[in-house]
Design a binder for this molecule. Structure first.
Ligand SMILES: NC(=O)c1ccc[n+]([C@@H]2O[C@H](COP(=O)([O-])OP(=O)(O)OC[C@H]3O[C@@H](n4cnc5c(N)ncnc54)[C@H](O)[C@@H]3O)[C@@H](O)[C@H]2O)c1
Length: 424
């Protein structure tokens, strides 16, 4: 371990711990698999955390690894070992590097196998979204984590947003009464830059999922914060999901508009409908509506709304209404002053300038690394990670069958007695 070199460049106070750097013994050893757009972004945020060493890097492309190594050297004088041969080389890295944690930012199909292999070796996985593509994979994560005792976290960054955590604070203080209903969406046009190459329109790796499946491909950013708002897995549980999809028009229309009729994707058949609407029910009678909306031109939106017996919060409107408290009957109040007043402890300044999605990426990684260092529970556990990701597969099943499907209880009944933990 290279404690001394890592610490030479460290901040005098360790991020978020209040401990002096001199109190740090051995930094947490972190490996990263996948150094594309997201993996590099996460690495850049990780490099702000002092009690941490980037010990090893793995990718399919040498140039991405080289770029990452340069960043580690320049920012922290760290020289990670590198692994770049084929799509199973990550196993060699997990075997050799005595890692404490591994960040997985690879293609979707590798997320669960990589996390399972990490847990079997006692390594904490921090997995990009979604952590699994099938219900079977979700169970594999839950069961491996239970069997090995190694906590497993999906890196659902929107759960850590400043506004979403302030709402959570207010829900827990009872401002909204009993929670009844929520709505959320992932409205993010990703056709012109993520599913396909923006210059040529050729397929990138996720495009195959639009060709072969019709489902909510990306539910975790929308549903992430809602889980703790609704006490899912700790007091309540999803029992069923019913999903419907529109026709698929947006992808062809985009290619015709941008590249012309003769582009191969202009008339190709995509199974994926443009908008998927899922309604989920809970054991205690709550409902949640989720929209997948990633292939029509539009500005970004999550449209979070949470409603209880005493009030409602509407993120898109920037408004809140609380019965008996809001000054004007049935009139919205501005949300921002509430966000300041009920600021969550994770958002108290710690002296580090957080970047990446308004600071959420740094905060979630800081809390994850803190858990690894303490060998304790992760801030977002394997049951919540599985529930969020299971929506991918379950929405597809429901659309295909044109009826509601049962939602598996990954806690096996423990939701009845488990206490809320997220952000506490
Ligand atoms: N949380 C967020 O805000 C957010 C934002 C963007 C992407 N993501 C997620 O991040 C992940 C990566 O997306 P991206 O946009 O960075 O994709 P990308 O194509 O830019 O990067 C993926 C990288 O993983 C590497 N890789 C794939 N399989 C591998 C294997 N078997 N072994 C080693 N390396 C492997 C590839 O070579 C590539 O460099 C996806 O799961 C995506 O959903 C999350």
């Amino acid at each position: 371990m290279i404690a001394s070199t890592a610490l030479e460049f460290a901040h005098p106070l360790m991020a978020g711990t209040g401990k002096l750097v001199s109190e740090v013994d051995t930094p947490v050893r972190v490996g990263i698999i996948g150094l594309g757009a997201r993996g590099s972004r996460l690495m850049s945020e990780l490099l702000k955390i002092n009690e941490m060493e980037i010990a090893a890097l793995c990718d399919l492309f040498q140039d991405r690894i080289n770029r990452a190594v340069t960043m580690c050297k320049e920012r922290r004088n760290q020289t990670p070992k590198t692994y770049c041969k084929d799509d199973t080389t990550y196993l060699e890295m997990l075997d050799k590097e005595q890692l404490d944690a591994v960040i997985i930012a690879s293609y979707w199909e590798y997320h669960t196998p990589m996390a399972v292999e990490a847990m079997k070796r006692g390594i904490y996985p921090g997995i990009e979204v979604p952590c699994s593509l099938t219900v079977e994979e979700c169970w594999a994560l839950v069961e491996t984590s239970e069997k090995t005792g190694v906590p497993c976290m999906m890196l659902e960054n929107w759960s850590f947003r400043r506004d979403n955590l302030a709402i959570l604070n207010m829900i827990r203080k009872g401002f909204f009464g009993e929670i009844i209903h929520s709505h959320c969406a992932h409205s993010h046009d990703c056709i012109d830059h993520w599913f396909f190459d923006s210059q040529t329109g050729t397929d990138r790796w996720p495009a195959k999922y639009l060709v072969n499946y019709n489902r909510d491909q990306y539910p975790t950013h929308s549903v992430g914060p809602v889980l703790s708002w609704m006490d899912i897995n700790c007091g309540d549980v999803f029992t069923e999901i019913y999903s419907t999809a529109t026709a698929s028009k947006g992808i062809n229309a985009y290619f015709k508009r941008k590249f012309g009729e003769n582009h191969p994707n202009a008339n190709r058949k995509f199974k994926q409908g443009d908008i998927v609407t899922s309604t989920l029910k809970t054991a205690n009678g709550k409902t949640l509506i989720i929209n997948y909306d990633m292939q029509l031109p539009r500005p970004y939106s999550n449209r979070w709304l949470i409603q209880g017996t005493l009030g409602v919060y509407d993120e898109e409107r920037g408004g809140i209404y609380l019965a008996e408290k809001s000054p004007n009957y049935h009139q919205w109040e501005e949300w921002k002053p509430y966000e300041e007043k009920y600021l969550h402890k994770w958002w108290q300044p710690d002296g580090i300038e957080a970047g990446g999605h308004g600071g959420v990426d740094y905060i979630q990684l800081r809390e994850f690394i803190k858990a690894v260092r303490a060998k304790g529970p992760v801030p977002l556990n394997v049951y919540d990670s599985a529930v969020m990701s299971a929506i991918v597969d379950l929405s597809g099943q429901s659309i295909k069958k044109n009826r509601p499907v049962a939602f598996p209880d990954f806690t096996k009944g423990k939701w009845k007695t488990r206490k809320p933990y997220f952000g506490i």
